[in-house]
Structures are given as C-alpha cells and as structure tokens.
Ligand binder design. Structure first.
Ligand code: HPA
Length: 247
C-alpha cells in the first residue's frame, strides 16, 4: 500500500494517536540518521508515515534536527504528501494560545542549518520556486478537512522561523511583527524548503502554545503553559488528518 500521507510531529506530538498495525523503520540516508525511526501504520484504512521531529523522547533541539535526513527518509519511503505539525508562539491578535493555524507564508530567520540538498559536493544546484512555501492543494484539502471535522482553524498567516532553542526577546518579536510575521516557531524551516526541493506536497499545521514574547499579558512564558496549551491544541491534529484522508 502506498503512503497516503506523512506527518512530522513537533513538540507535544511524539506518536500519532490511532495509528494501527505499526511497523518502525530505521532509514539510512545520505545525510545521516533521522530524528527517530519512521513509524508506518494504518489510519482510516490508509497508510500513514509518522516521524517525531525532536525524537520520541524530545531529545533533539530545533537547531540540531537533521531536517535533510527526515525529509529524505519520508520521500525515499514513497511519501508524496507531508504535513509538518509545529508548535508556535502567537503574534497576531487572533492567534492566541490553543489556536490552530494553517500558515501560508514564511520568513526564515534561522542560520547555520543545512538548508538544501545541494549542500553536498557534486549535487545538482536547484533554485526552487518558493513564492508560496506551502502546497496550495494540500492547504486547501486541510481547510476542507477542518470544515468537515468542525475544527476551527485560521487559514492564513506568516510563520517566522527562529533559530532557538531559546525563546525570543520582546524586541525580536516586535521586529518580526513589523516584518509581517503572525507566528513564531523554531522548526518550520528549512523543512518546508527541503520538501519543495524533493517536489513533495508540504503544508504546516501550526499549534499556538503561547503568546510570543511581549504579545500577551504574561511577564514570562512558562514551559508548563506551553505544554498544557499544546496538549489541547494537538487534539485537532488526528481529527484534521482523519477528515483529510476520508476526503
Ligand atoms: N517562540 C518560538 N518558538 C515557539 C514559541 C515561541 O514563543 N512557542 C512555541 N514554539
């Protein structure tokens, strides 16, 4: 059975709920090991691949994720549609904690990460079109799935990708807001660009864990708050994906 969909789980999503007849695959890639074995299984009678971006025990920080290996592995197993699930901080007023967002744009502030498969000697140099960083078709399928599953989503937004692992300063978030960012997260890039290089259909489900620095009325952002909000927001993911697969 071909893989109908691959899901890369972020903070708070280390296993895919409801995945049955599981098989774990360690995949050798030219870029080294993936964050965790790829878990193949059945969900809604379709084959789904799941990969925990930070490892199953959250041992890999955002700037050390082997994005190339992860994306390569999913592609090499035959996945052609990939959804990245990412925890984020909310900047825009309608993107408070627990809100689910389908972003449509990206600004990349990360540095020192391998951002392309052509970072290897002798590789073909590719200049991909990235005007729209997420697949239109997959975003629109997710939007329809949200309507069908009665899951509230905000279906646009600009994801600002920061280096981490620390959270941002108030001044950094103020600058990102001026730049046009609506959300801030540490793992959206280079994953989306690498997926495009391999011509994968890729979209992001962003789960708002907290107000970004200086955006809410909290003095400090606490990890407890982040995990509690994510536990709620994550419940939307299997619902959205079930509706997407049921089409
Ligand atoms: N900033 C960056 N990444 C994040 C945040 C944040 O506030 N919350 C969850 N991931």
């Amino acid at each position: 059975m071909t893989i109908a969909l691959a899901v890369i789980g972020g903070t708070g999503l280390y296993q895919f709920p409801g995945l049955e007849n599981i098989e774990r695959r360690s995949v050798d890639t030219p870029f080294g090991p993936t964050s965790a074995p790829v878990v193949l299984g059945e969900f809604k009678n379709q084959r789904l691949a799941f990969l925990a971006r930070h490892g199953e025990g959250h041992s890999v920080p955002p700037h050390r994720v082997n994005y190339r290996a992860n994306v390569w592995a999913l592609h090499s197993l035959g996945a052609r549609r990939v959804i990245g699930v990412n925890a984020v901080g909310g900047i825009r007023d309608d993107m408070g904690p627990k809100v689910v967002v389908l972003p449509d744009q990206v600004i990349d502030y990360t540095h020192g990460r391998y951002t392309s498969f052509c970072d290897v000697d002798g590789a073909e140099v590719k200049h991909i079109d990235f005007s729209e960083p997420y697949s239109r078709a997959l975003r629109s399928a997710l939007r329809d799935a949200a309507t069908k599953a009665e899951v509230a989503v905000v279906d646009n937004g600009c994801y600002g990708a920061t280096q981490g692992p620390r959270l941002e300063t108030i001044a950094e978030i103020a600058r990102m807001r001026r730049d046009g960012c609506d959300l801030v997260g540490m793992t959206g890039m280079p994953e989306a660009a690498l997926a495009r290089e391999l011509e994968l259909e890729y979209a992001c489900i962003a789960l708002v864990a907290n107000w970004a620095a200086g955006c809410g009325d909290q003095a400090e952002i606490s990890l407890e708050e982040i995990f509690a909000n994510l536990a709620t927001a994550t419940q939307a993911v299997p619902k959205l994906i079930a509706a997407l697969l049921e089409g």
